[in-house]
Design a protein around this ligand. Structure first.
Ligand code: NAP
Ligand code: GDP
Length: 322
């Protein structure tokens, strides 16, 4: 049953990033948009959301009815570890500006994006939505993790004080076209894709960081985008919802390496640099809540999604973000 009626004007913050570009593709190329709806995809060049004035100006200009809030500073494990202060401050400012301004401008619904790395480190598995605040996050990324948790606090307090239903989704690790492929500061999947592409081209070994034993659930950015549209139109809770493949689809980093190696038909040597830390060993999330709402949603098979992403990266090597 469709919950939102009438045309929407949807403002997507962080519209030039991995998830923003995936939503744009689903809206414009897969028929995800609806007649009469208007979509505005912002990058940091349209408005620096660290600034209250710039945030107000962009809301004034577009007068959105709905906001998908993706804008963030997000990096892989090895950068997060060194910049907890920056990740805390920048994200807290951006999130406060967007949520506060949205409420001021009468936005009906805001969907923000948390991350499974905001969950407690010492916990039982699988992790579910009720456990977000039940213990400290992993020490490697506490700045980013606490900034993400505060979005949930902000949403709850907005509902309590003003009755607005702003919510958040919680995705796992992601990958897809238009990701940040910069080897030094990327997440694991874009990092592996770039490194494997170069190792094959240069006839060198592929260097994987850590032992390869850490476990992760990966979601294809296009699947996440399709689910985002469902959340926008039909999900009516303030409580966040985990958007993830099932627990049974959790992989080791070594499994992820094998998928990328297969996609590129890389035949060279693979070296694991075990002097580098593995980060959080696992953060296995339950998608039971999602499955209750969307029992039939079909995730793109992992190997197919990896192949599509590797093909995209090879075809767009010159212009890809790296
Ligand atoms: P991304 O590719 O790094 O894109 C970040 C976006 O934020 C870009 O559009 C960027 O604009 C914008 N941005 C950064 N600083 C800004 C500022 N000061 N003012 C305005 N805009 C700013 O990020 P993503 O991977 O799509 O992430 C989307 C959401 O998913 C984030 O909330 C992230 O925390 C969450 N998430 C990501 C992952 C993952 O594996 N990638 C996993 C879990 C959760 P420019 O293009 O102009 O720089
Ligand atoms: P996390 O899921 O928040 O820890 O962040 P990442 O997406 O950066 O994944 C980190 C995991 O992937 C760790 O277990 C790393 O040891 C492993 N890994 C292996 N190779 C790479 C790489 O090239 N880049 C990154 N970021 N992580 C890698």
């Amino acid at each position: 049953m469709e919950k939102s009626v009438g045309p929407m004007r949807v403002l997507v913050t962080g519209g030039s990033g991995l998830v923003g570009r995936a939503i744009e593709r689903v809206v414009k190329e897969e028929g995800g948009g609806r007649e009469g709806d208007e979509w505005i995809f912002l990058s940091s060049k349209d408005a620096n959301l660290m600034s209250v004035e710039a945030t107000r100006a962009v809301f004034q200009k577009h007068r959105p009815t709905h906001v998908i809030h993706l804008a963030t500073i997000v990096r892989g494990l090895y950068i997060n570890m060194k910049h907890n202060l920056d990740f805390w401050r920048i994200n807290v400012h951006i999130n406060d500006n967007v949520l506060h301004t949205a409420q001021e401008f009468g936005v009906v619904k805001v969907i923000s994006c948390l991350s499974t790395c905001a969950f407690p480190d010492k916990t039982t598995y699988p992790i579910d939505e009720t456990m977000l605040h039940s213990g400290p996050p992993h020490e490697s990324n506490y700045g980013y993790a606490y900034a993400k948790r505060m979005i949930d606090i902000h949403n709850r307090a907005l509902y309590q004080q003003y009755g607005v239903k702003y919510t958040a989704i919680i995705p796992t690790n992601m990958f897809g076209p238009h990701d940040n492929y910069n080897i030094e500061d990327s997440h694991v999947m874009p990092g592996l894709i770039h490194k494997t592409y170069l190792a094959k081209k240069e006839g060198k070994p592929l260097e994987v960081w850590g032992t390869g034993r850490a476990l992760r659930q990966f979601i294809y950015s296009l699947d996440l985008a399709r689910l985002f549209l469902w959340v926008l139109r039909e999900y009516d809770e303030v409580e966040p919802i985990i958007l993830s493949v099932g627990e049974e689809d959790e992989l080791s980093i070594k499994d992820a390496v094998e998928a990328v190696v297969e996609a590129f038909e890389f035949k060279g040597k693979i070296v694991y640099d075990t002097s580098k830390p593995d980060g959080q060993f696992r953060k296995t999330a339950s998608n039971a809540k999602l499955r209750k709402y969307r029992p039939d949603f079909k995730f793109t098979p992992f190997r197919q999604a990896i192949k599509e992403t590797c093909d995209w990266f090879a075809a767009n090597y010159d212009t890809a973000r790296k």
